[in-house]
Design a protein around this ligand. Structure first.
Ligand SMILES: Cc1cc2nc3c(=O)[nH]c(=O)nc-3n(C[C@H](O)[C@H](O)[C@H](O)COP(=O)(O)O)c2cc1C
Length: 193
């Protein structure tokens, strides 16, 4: 059975459009689902000591460094175990939410999700697929001010996940949100299960 990691990052609860879209994608795909709500996860902000631990070889890490990596290790275990990752990603101030950015900072780890090679950086999560369920208040995805989808595509591409699908509820949200959401749900409906 396909293993799905379902991630949400909207500050809103039931009224969240990205939560509705990510749930619809997961329901359409079907599989063995692990759910991660980044807003309820109480993730600790990254700091110099944590980044120091990232770059310390595992065998040389102090007990304190190992303890500091616990949250990051847990998130890594989830993403390693997944075949498919579905991410609800609201546009906040033209970019990713702070919760999703912190998640990215906690899983972008040298020797784990990417490595440096003689030919440049190489993603270590090859073979997985990612769906981005994005919603905005009207800013069109793909417009010059959209920093959300380019960020997501870049970082997950950097991890080696090049099979990427964007479900987009953006252009039209300020005028006719029902129609824009209906279009996004229709796109999800047309996805191969
Ligand atoms: C803090 C904040 C910042 C936002 N910034 C933008 C923005 O830059 N552009 C935009 O089109 N909509 C913006 N919005 C609107 C959200 O993108 C919109 O409400 C979208 O539905 C969020 O996804 P959600 O419904 O899953 O929370 C912002 C909303 C909030 C709460």
């Amino acid at each position: 059975m396909t293993k799905i990691l379902h991630i949400d990052s909207s500050l809103k609860g039931e009224g969240s459009n990205t939560r509705k879209l990510s749930a619809a994608i997961v329901a359409k795909l079907g599989g063995d689902v692990t759910y991660r709500d980044l807003v309820k996860s109480d993730l600790t902000p990254v700091n110099e000591a944590l980044f120091g631990a990232y770059y310390t070889p595992a065998a040389d890490r102090s007990a304190e460094q190992k303890a500091s990596l616990a949250q990051s290790d847990e998130l890594l275990a989830e993403i390693f175990a997944a075949d498919v990752i579905v991410i609800g990603a609201p546009m906040y101030n033209f970019s990713v939410s702070s919760h999703l950015k912190l998640y990215i900072d906690l899983v972008a780890r040298v020797g784990e999700t990417f490595a440096y090679t003689e030919t440049g950086p190489k993603g270590l999560l090859e073979g997985k697929k990612v769906y981005f369920a994005v919603a905005t208040g009207g800013t069109p995805i793909g417009s010059p001010v959209d920093q959300l989808v380019p960020t997501l595509k870049t970082i997950f591409g950097f991890f080696g996940i090049t099979d990427q699908t964007v479900i987009d509820a953006s252009d039209g949200m300020a005028v006719d949100p029902e129609a824009t959401m209906a279009k996004a749900f229709a796109t999800i409906d047309a996805l191969a299960a």
